[in-house]
Every structure is written in structure tokens, then in C-alpha cells.
Design a protein around this ligand. Structure first.
Ligand code: ASP
Length: 354
């Protein structure tokens, strides 16, 4: 054998070793996030911290039960995200942040790694479960993304549950909106029709986690199928029909069997510009990075990207590699995150130092 043939074979072997994570593939696996941001021990009461940890554990149980029974990754993520959309702790469904005009405008997306079919909805205002609407877009329409009024019409034609916009109202998010609008010198809209009357006093202590709380799930099922989904109210006091990365396939969500699944959270503008979810999967596929390396690399890129105001990108991702090994990365003080695989112990973390 010529020396260079030997060398290239040796190099290939080295690549193959890094390409294939050595840990045996789990039968199934799930990884969940509940948003990233300035989530610090000092800014959170122990009561609220316990509530978040319980919610993340519940998410693992809901998804894990479905996957353990042989259910699909798509069904698992839809069930978990639907549950989190009901939970006012998270910035998705009920508990979503408010746009500057005092409405809740919801974004969501889902992707099936088997076929790379995808569905997304932006600016939904009446569908109780935006993740279910995203799935209907994927499975029951020829399109990938629907917005606003049209998306609602499609939801109705699909018989999905409709609620008044005030269903999504929570006092905590309303107070965050008022504070943000005051800070920016913008007018405060009237409280939404159907919202409860304003409280006598409101204490923001221990609950000022600002806009964070987007939810996302990536699951790997017993058939080897990966799916990913994300749901959010976006950013507090958003204006002009602003849409973030959550409903953008390739930015906030991506899934491709045998390669990876991703759901992102953070300041969406940066995640769209970097093309975060697709970039992570491309690095795994073509550069043979591990899920962890790819996540770290791309989140570092987000953090090195600036906007016109001089701010840099902040947020995080959950990632699953093609064989069901989960990873995460974030450049914020915290990210609500959790993972579980068949036969394993649940891992639930919030702060960066865990
Ligand atoms: N990525 C979401 C958005 O920009 C917000 C978040 O994840 O906190 O709409």
C-alpha cells in the first residue's frame, strides 16, 4: 500500500470514529426546552423554580410514556408541546407574551424527520394549540407555512379548537408588556376584552423572566424516527407583525432521520440569520460533528453575530443526533431543559452552572 493511501485510510477511520457516537443507541429518547434567557437563581423564588422543574419533569413523563409504548416521535412532541401550551409558566399558548397592541400572536412549527415534511403557523390568535395547527398544515395542506387570518380559517376547516384571544391572557405577561412599553416610551393598549380586571397591586419579584419560555421538543422513537417542534408567543411588545425563528423551518426547528433534530429558543432574529437548526444538522451530516460539537459551534456563531443596535445573539438549542443521543447548548445564564431516554433517569436543569 502506498503511504498516502494508508494515511487517507487512517484519516477516514479517525473521521468515522468522531462521526459515530460510541454510546449505544437508546430505544427511544426525548429532549425538551422551556426557553432560554436571563434565568438566574437570584431572580427566581424557590417556589417558582420548583414549579418549572415539575413542569419539565411532567413533559418528560408525557413524552416518555408515548415513546415507551412504541408511539411516534411526532405524537410525543405534539402531546408534550400541547401540554406546555396549556401551562401559563411558558411563553406558548396560554401564558404567551403580548405583542405591543395587547394581543397574543402565536408561532409554531413541526418537522417529521422521516420525510422532511414540515408545517408552521405564524401570528395565530385563536387556535388553542398552535402546535396542532402546525401539524395539520404539514399533514393536511400542500403548504409548509400559514399566517394570521388564513391560518385561522384553515384551523377552523380542520375542526381544531378555537378560543377567544383573551384565553391566552395571564397577568404576569400583561405586567411584563406594560413594563416593556413604558421602558420604550410606547403607548399601553387597553386590557384585552375578556381579561380579568386589573389586580390592586402586582409584585414582579421572582417572576421577571421577561419574554422567555418558548417551548420545544425533539424526540427519537423506537422506529428510529426523529421529529422536532417549537411553539412560542415570540418576544414581548413585538410590533409590525414581527415573526421570529420558531415557525421558520431551518432556523427554529429542523429534523432529518439519521442526522439530527433541533429546536431553538432565543432572540429569533439572530437564529434566522444564522439558520441555526439547519446549520447544526448540516455540520453533523457533512462535517461529522457530534451533536454537542455542532450545537456548541453554532451557538458560538449566534453569540458572535451582531445587529444594528450592537447587540449579539442570545439563546440556546436542544439537539438529538441521528441515533437518539441528546445534547444542548446555550449562551444565556439559563435555559429550562430536560432529557430522558429509555431505561434512563430524567435530567432536568435550569441554570448554566448545573
Ligand atoms: N425565539 C423566539 C422568538 O424570537 C423567542 C424565544 O425563544 O424566547 O420569537
Amino acid at each position: 500500500m502506498k503511504w498516502w493511501t494508508f494515511l487517507s485510510l487512517a484519516m477516514l477511520a479517525a473521521c468515522a470514529t468522531t462521526a459515530t457516537p460510541q454510546a449505544p443507541a437508546p430505544r427511544w429518547s426525548i429532549v425538551v426546552h422551556g426557553g432560554a434567557g436571563v434565568i438566574e437563581r437570584s431572580g427566581m423564588t424557590s417556589e417558582l423554580e420548583a414549579q418549572y422543574r415539575a413542569a419539565m419533569n411532567r413533559a418528560l413523563t408525557t413524552g416518555g410514556d408515548i415513546l415507551e409504548r412504541g408511539g411516534s416521535s411526532l405524537d410525543a412532541i405534539q402531546a408534550v408541546i400541547s401540554e406546555m401550551e396549556e401551562d401559563p409558566l411558558f411563553n406558548a399558548g396560554r401564558g404567551a407574551v403580548f405583542a405591543a397592541d395587547g394581543t397574543n400572536q402565536l408561532d409554531s412549527s413541526i418537522m417529521d424527520g422521516r420525510t422532511r415534511a414540515a408545517g408552521a403557523v405564524a401570528g395565530a390568535t385563536r387556535t388553542r394549540h398552535p402546535i396542532q395547527l402546525a401539524r395539520r398544515v404539514m399533514e393536511q395542506s400542500p403548504h409548509v407555512m400559514l399566517m394570521g387570518q388564513g391560518a385561522e380559517e384553515f384551523a377552523r376547516s380542520q375542526g381544531l379548537e378555537e378560543v377567544p384571544n383573551s384565553y391566552f391572557f395571564t397577568e404576569r405577561r400583561w405586567q411584563q408588556l406594560e413594563a416593556e412599553l413604558r421602558r420604550r416610551g410606547l403607548p399601553i393598549p387597553p386590557r384585552p376584552e375578556g381579561a380579568p380586571p386589573p389586580p390592586q397591586s402586582w409584585n414582579m419579584d421572582g417572576i421577571d423572566d421577561h419574554q422567555f419560555g418558548t417551548v420545544g421538543v425533539v424526540a427519537y422513537d423506537t422506529h428510529g424516527n426523529i421529529a422536532a417542534g417549537t411553539s412560542t408567543g415570540g418576544t414581548t411588545a413585538k410590533r409590525w407583525g414581527r415573526i421570529g425563528d420558531a415557525p421558520i423551518i431551518g432556523a427554529g426547528t429542523y429534523a432529518q432521520n439519521g442526522v439530527c433534530g433541533v429546536s431553538a429558543t432565543g432572540t429569533g432574529e439572530f437564529f434566522i440569520r444564522v439558520g441555526v437548526a439547519r446549520d447544526i444538522c448540516a455540520r453533523i451530516e457533512f462535517q461529522h460533528m457530534s451533536a454537542q460539537e455542532a450545537a456548541d459551534t453554532v451557538i458560538a456563531e449566534v453569540g458572535a453575530t451582531t445587529n444594528t443596535a450592537g447587540a449579539t445573539g442570545d439563546g440556546g438549542v436542544i439537539v438529538m443526533d441521528g441515533r437518539g443521543h441528546a445534547a444542548w447548548a446555550f449562551n444565556t445564564p439559563g435555559m429550562y431543559r430536560a432529557t430522558l431516554s429509555a431505561g434512563g433517569q430524567p435530567v432536568v436543569q435550569i441554570f448554566a452552572d448545573e
